[in-house]
Design a protein around this ligand. Sequence first.
Ligand SMILES: O=C(O)C1=C[C@@H](OP(=O)(O)O)[C@@H](O)[C@H](O)C1
Ligand SMILES: C=C(OP(=O)(O)O)C(=O)O
Length: 438
Amino acid sequence: MIFVKNGPLKGCVTVPGDKSISHRAVMFGALANGTTEITNFLHGADCLSTIRCFRQLGIEINNQASSDTVTILGKGLYGLRKPDQTLDVGNSGTTMRLISGILCGQDFAVTLTGDESIRRRPMGRIIAPLKQMGADIESAMSNHCAPLLINCTADKMSNLNDMLTGIRYQSPVASAQVKSCILLAGLYAEGETSVTEPYISRNHTELMLSQFGAAIRTKGNTVTILPGPYLEGRKISVPGDISSAAYFIAAGLMVPNSEVLIKNVGINPTRDGMLKVCKQMGADLTLDNIRDDGGEPVADIVVRHSELKGIEIGGDIIPTLIDEIPMISILACFAKGKTVIKDASELKVKESNRIDVMVENLTKMGADITATEDGMIINGGKPLHGATIESKLDHRIAMSFAVAALMAEGDTEILNAECVDISYPNFYTDLKKLYQSH
Ligand SMILES: O=C(O)C1=C[C@@H](OP(=O)(O)O)[C@@H](O)[C@H](O)C1
Ligand SMILES: C=C(OP(=O)(O)O)C(=O)O
């Protein structure tokens, strides 16, 4: 797909539902008793993978493409059935890691796999704690990656009660997927299960599980859950995804004379690092109509073109903006001075190695950017020119460069641009509307 310099961006956009919250709503709805109705569900390929897996596990899910509402007929914590085939999570790390915690609590064996990218991503980070809980979970190729073989049938369990055992886990990484996986296994464990993280990662699991009736509490960086006994189906309204809003925030700030209103965006403080960073860089960015939507804070965001300055980004803010770093690194190319992004080595184990892929592609466009061990250094101010961009089938890379192209002289070609389907199927249409509507 070819993109050219364009702008200004004017008008209003409503981003689709939050990916993390959509996944969790399906999973917890399946484990609850009764009906769960999800509005503003994200119909991206990743969340559809979660729906497909839970259908294979015997859950009835009504999902009409014409409507944003999905209905789950939950069967309770012990209502899943053995699937006939291997479960395929597609490209979704969230599905793979969270479902593994749930499947370790089931009395049937199952194999989990996914696409080529998923089969390269590290699963040792969930295998180790799940094994500590007494689960029988293995990497099929013994390489700490998927396919995963899970067999926690009664005869395989080391615990005399045929159950998982609660653990106190000190996680080496700040990862909501690792944390959520262990907490979900904790629903099926004997005693308390707790996870302590080096920095707090997104807390949607904690907020939503508690609404479903789980006994879960947070103190500092530690979350503790008690087993079962009963989750109750409920209505869930999914806020717009701040990770999708990030592209319009950046485009509005970078392209001269732009003014964009982004409506109904989730601003949970464990996800809002991009807003803080933009402010610190000097952005003209305001939050209007701040409200609570079913336990998650939501706002409308107004951004106007701004002169930005480089800053240092690292430490506890990183998990709160981890998926926005590709976009932030492009923003830094248009800021005055130096931006240093550190403590972000997790970027290397996403859908692609997002440090290398950003540095490689931005260098092709003429940026002054260097990869470091745990991030990147960008000297802003060099004009960008069009280039051929390898998206590496990574949705966040494709979307980030579609925005960079608006500021680059000449054509920018993005290879495999359709991979945005993973989290934002209408992204290019929504972006175009903002610069073509006036
Ligand atoms: O829990 C989640 O929904 C997610 C957690 C993050 O991954 P990690 O837990 O690996 O940091 C994030 O990058 C991913 O897009 C979604
Ligand atoms: C890393 C991401 O997702 P996941 O880990 O679920 O594949 C993402 O959406 O940027």
